[in-house]
Design a protein around this ligand. Sequence first.
Ligand code: PXL
Length: 283
Amino acid sequence: MRTVPRVACINDLSGFGRCSLTTALPVLSVMGVQACPAPTAVLSMHTGFPQFTFTDLTDGMAAYFASWQDLKFDWIYSGFLGSVDQIELVRDFFRRQKAINPDCRILLDPVMGDDGKRYSTYTEALCNAMRQLVAEADVITPNITEACLLTDTPYRGEALHSAEAVSLAEKLMTLGCRAAVMTGIIQENAIANLTYSGGKAEFSRVHRTECLFSGTGDLFASVLCGALAGGARLDSAVQTAGMFLSEVTQYTLQQNTPAAEGVLFEPLLWKLGGNYHEQIQRK
Ligand code: PXL
């Protein structure tokens, strides 16, 4: 492994609202990982705000990836994708990286929606293209809404019994990914994250904060990516990401800030720079 693992972060840059690249870059940096951004779009604010500008960057992406063709990445972490063409460019980038470096791993966060609803920019064509992209991934991190959209399953809320969650994860696996982490399953006063890998399902539960903040999926996937790039096993990386999310959401709830502004991770970011992962694993 490289001294500083290298990750390509394919995601949008939203100027306000704590999500996508503005979350991924600080989290990966503090976790000792070199984060190389490939921006898919620039938004003035994320799409959860009533007004935002959206500049799609698809046109520049082929040249952007071409200039990276001799770089080897340990992981590729992809998030919000804004057009079908973009999804195809990302698929080609995944394939090229795997071809020049079979050890390259792909973390795909299929950012499509939340709370039973698709994001306003997310069309049916994008859903179909995302289903195909999942087949290229080593790990995917959908929330329940996204798991339902990907598998054409009717959405019946975020509260799922363990057996229902496992059967949804099994459906996700039929799309061809190597492992799936289904996030944000409500089970009484806990949030469960389900890791499905190697034919085995494992639940990791943390304290639930009763509020829905924007960008929590991005923060979870970013911490997960940092831990994985640092060499952690998938199940332990899921525990670490879950614990950090639980701490940060509880802190944010106490501060009483608008939910669309996301989780206030800045005051707690330093924890990820120490031996947070080791501490969580020892608990
Ligand atoms: O947090 C996911 C996300 C990422 N990127 C953009 C978004 C959202 C959620 O609303 O709008 C642009």
